[in-house]
Design a protein around this ligand. Structure first.
Ligand code: SME
Length: 163
């Protein structure tokens, strides 16, 4: 399949995610390499939703290590329980942060980042192996619609654990 991707024009966030999901499903199901799929999913979200920063952190030797991303240079290692990413890892659940300045221990990779959502990644045995971090340059930019679709979208890369 030719790799292709059409940026939705609708301002309806739910519909926008739906259109992205359908395209991401086609794109990612054609490839079994997880690293390649993570890279393309970052591009789908960065260009499809216009987010400031989208990237993966993968658990390696009891640390989160920066994986594929789209956006500005970011910190490479995060300890369990530190920042939003490390907290999502420790709690094994999605964390929505309306205002990063109000999140104790938030790790500021960019002063332009104002709100954030971090979604855990689970492998086929239901073990956490990383997180997806999405940052916005607007306050309060994420809600349960983002959580719903981002949790579905990361599901598209879960079956292939071949890093
Ligand atoms: N803000 C994140 C760190 C990663 S960067 O935003 C890309 C955190 O507090 O975990």
């Amino acid at each position: 399949m030719a790799e292709s991707f059409e940026i939705p024009t609708t301002k309806d966030k739910n519909l926008r995610y739906k259109l992205l999901y359908d395209q991401a499903k086609a794109l990612l199901s054609a490839e079994t390499n997880q690293l390649a799929n993570m890279a393309n999913l970052c591009a789908v979200l960065k260009y499809g939703m216009g987010f400031f920063w989208v990237g993966f952190y993968i658990i390696k030797d009891n640390e989160l290590v920066l994986g594929p991303f789209q956006g500005t240079v970011a910190c490479t290692r995060i300890a369990k329980g530190r920042g939003v990413c490390g907290t999502a890892w420790a709690e094994e659940q999605t964390i929505l942060v309306e205002n990063v300045d109000h999140f104790p221990g938030h790790i500021a990779c960019s002063s332009l980042s104002k709100s954030e959502i971090v979604v855990p990644l689970f492998d086929i045995n239901n073990n956490i192996f990383g997180v997806l971090d999405v940052d916005s340059d607007k306050l309060n930019d994420f809600d349960e619609i983002d959580q719903h679709w981002l949790e579905l979208l990361v599901g598209l890369i879960q079956p292939y654990y071949s890093l």
